[in-house]
Design a binder for this molecule. Structure first.
Ligand SMILES: [Zn+2]
Length: 623
């Protein structure tokens, strides 16, 4: 996945990532799911599941607590209402709800089917403390739009995760379905009814479906057929409008990947939010083997949307390399309700994000200057997280604090880990081998059906490459030593310099250091993932702190706006007392306002590099 922080206005309007598709064999009895998108009742969709015959007296039904690519516990079972079990005569059987995501069926042998209602997640994003990230969420808008991230609609029975599924979906005739899920022709005369098949539960949830007014375009990128479908509430954005940028980008990605195997079909589902109280607030995307769901606000300017689509879709598309192909057992046999996390987010997210930057320079889509500026941004942003936290420990424990709130560093430091490894491998191989070579080698060994053993991966990479890289992993990936980026960049003739520049108290240029919680706009917090200015640092404030009070004024969105306005007239000697909530503890921070400065970093290109340095840089960026 990737989350994008879009600042829509300089004032505080703050808003908050192929399976083989063979036909189901006739011998195996599939789990039959029916979803009715026509008779929507109270903004809820009715789902019926016929599991076949149980041999045990009791069984459990589960809706996922967590899904691959999200790295957070979202409890999709919370959105299920009125789960009822029926016997073959249509009489109701007892069901015990065990927790948010599990139901016990005590007379399992008698169960014919179960049915329940599904509420959408978009409706409640602004009401709950930790909303489901919108690209993993669901939307139900009668006759208009249905975003079916199927883990929100369809569950699984204990022991039956590997059983094939059929999904019959009845939808308004005016809406068109877009998905990479395999559709079968049932011969049914029912207009608006489609039947899909999946080989196992994972394949169901790996293939979201977007129902919307027809607005899609299909194009060919070498051997991949790409479909882009757009839900544009006001109808202003046509899928065709985005096609040229997406085509150029994906062709460049295909060229970059060379003969690394990928998918033959890819579906991009773009949902545009109206930013209303019941609409999506989390912007970015979630990856799947042969599709991605992208959410952005309808209001962003076309040019920003196109740029954001390039950044986000290229990231998600590179996920076909890892973790969708190269991944550990933890991901192959993903436990949707008692998840065990892998220690390799440095690769799943870090390599993916690094590739999404590197292919652009390697394929000539951006200049060297632009590439260097993006590296500098990553370095600066990474300083907004714990730089002395072991990346493998963080990854393994990403669902709990203090690791959870450092998650987004996988896109910053995770990228830089790969950059340093890339430079190191190029140096050791005389320019021949880099991280892309490594990923190709790994993808020859591991694939969609062949996971690696989580604790063995790093040793394996060392034995495939050079013993000299073992220190790098030991110190900066497994270990907790910050990476001396200048030492790695020096090898390619780049120098990191920084200067203290005068700034303002609450903004870095146009970007605020503070943000409002979309679920509670009066909860103003200091953003993580930004290196703080001298004002916040000297006070002892940290990213993630919730600001409760400044100089006697209780903080709300309104009062914060006032203080930001006044701050432009603050004197360096002004006494500041700031009460913050840090992980539930109230702290009084005191100090002088001072003259705010921020660290401006730049990458300087060595003027007269040696031929060896120049050759290494060329190999790194262009080979
Ligand atoms: Zn991702």
């Amino acid at each position: 996945m990737i989350r994008k922080f879009l600042i829509l206005s300089p004032v505080l309007l703050l808003l908050g990532c192929g399976a083989s598709q063979t036909l189901v064999s006739a011998e195996s009895q599939p789990i039959a799911v029916s979803i009715d998108l026509v008779e929507v009742q109270d903004d809820r969709v009715s789902v019926t599941i016929d599991p076949g015959v149980f041999s045990e007296n009791e069984t459990y039904f589960y809706i996922p607590k967590i899904v691959p690519g999200t790295y957070s516990e979202d409890n999709y079972g919370k959105y299920i209402d009125g789960l009822t079990a029926y016997d073959y005569d249509g009489s109701i059987l007892p069901v015990n709800k065990v927790d948010d995501n599990s139901w016990l069926l005590t007379n399992a042998q008698k169960v014919d089917k179960i049915s329940y209602f599904v509420n959408d997640t978009f409706d409640t994003e602004t009401e709950v403390e930790e909303p489901v990230f919108s690209p993993a969420g669901t939307n139900i808008l009668k006759d208009e739009n249905f975003l079916l991230n199927l883990h929100g609609f369809v569950g699984y029975f204990k022991g039956l995760k590997e059983t094939p599924y059929t999904l019959t979906i009845r939808a308004p005739a005016s809406l068109e379905a877009s998905t990479s899920l395999q559709r079968i022709n049932t011969g049914s005369s029912n207009k608006g009814e489609n039947t899909y098949v999946a080989n196992r539960y994972f394949e169901v949830i790996d293939n979201p479906i977007l129902y919307a007014q027809p607005n899609s375009v299909t194009f060919q990128i070498k051997d991949i057929s790409v479909t882009l479908s757009v839900y544009s509430p006001d109808g202003s954005l046509k899928a065709k409008d985005l096609q040229p940028k997406m085509e150029t980008m994906m062709l460049a990605q295909k060229n970059f990947l060379g003969d690394i195997n990928g998918t033959k079909q890819y579906t991009i589902l773009l949902y545009l939010s109206q930013l209303s109280a019941t609409d999506a607030t989390g912007f970015g995307a979630l990856e799947h083997h042969s599709s991605t769901v992208v959410v952005f606000p309808q209001q962003i300017p076309r040019e920003t949307l196109e740029e954001s689509m390039v950044d986000v879709v290229s990231h998600e598309f590179f996920h076909i390399v890892t973790p969708l192909s190269v991944h550990s057992r933890e991901i192959q046999y993903f436990d949707f309700n008692e998840p065990k996390m892998s220690m390799h987010l440095w690769m799943y997210e870090g390599t993916t994000e690094y590739f999404s930057m590197l292919f652009q320079i390697q394929q000539g889509l951006i200049s060297e200057a632009e590439f260097y500026s993006r590296i500098m941004d990553k370095i600066s942003n990474s300083k907004g997280y714990e730089d002395t936290m072991s990346f493998t420990t963080m990854s393994k424990n990403i669902l709990v604090e203090p690791y959870k709130s450092n998650y987004a560093n996988v896109y910053e430091k995770g990228t830089l880990i790969n950059m340093c490894l890339d430079i190191l491998l190029r140096e050791l191989s005389g320019g021949e081998k880099g991280v892309r070579w490594l990923m190709k080698e790994l993808s020859n060994k591991y694939d969609v059906n062949t996971p690696f053993n989580d604790p063995d991966l790093i040793d394996e990479i060392i034995s495939m490459t050079y013993p000299d890289i073992s220190d790098f992993f030991a110190q900066h990936v497994i270990g907790n030593e910050p990476i001396p980026y200048d030492q790695y960049l020096k090898k390619v003739g780049l120098e990191v310099t920084f200067a203290e520049q005068p700034g303002t108290y609450f903004y870095l240029g146009q970007e605020p250091y503070i943000d409002a919680n979309p679920a509670n706009l009066d909860a103003i917090f200091i953003r993580k993932g930004m290196e703080l200015n001298s004002f916040f640092k000297d006070l002892g404030a940290k990213g993630g702190d919730i600001i409760k009070n400044i100089n006697g004024t209780d903080i709300t969105l309104e009062s914060m706006r006032g203080i930001v306005g006044q701050s432009f007239g603050w004197d360096a000697d002004k006494e500041i007392s700031m009460r913050v909530d840090r992980n539930g503890k109230l702290l009084e921070l005191k100090g002088k306002a001072g003259t705010p400065t921020y660290k401006e970093r730049s990458l300087d290109v060595e003027e007269t590099p040696s031929a060896a340095v120049l050759a290494l840089r060329e190999a790194w960026l262009k080979k």
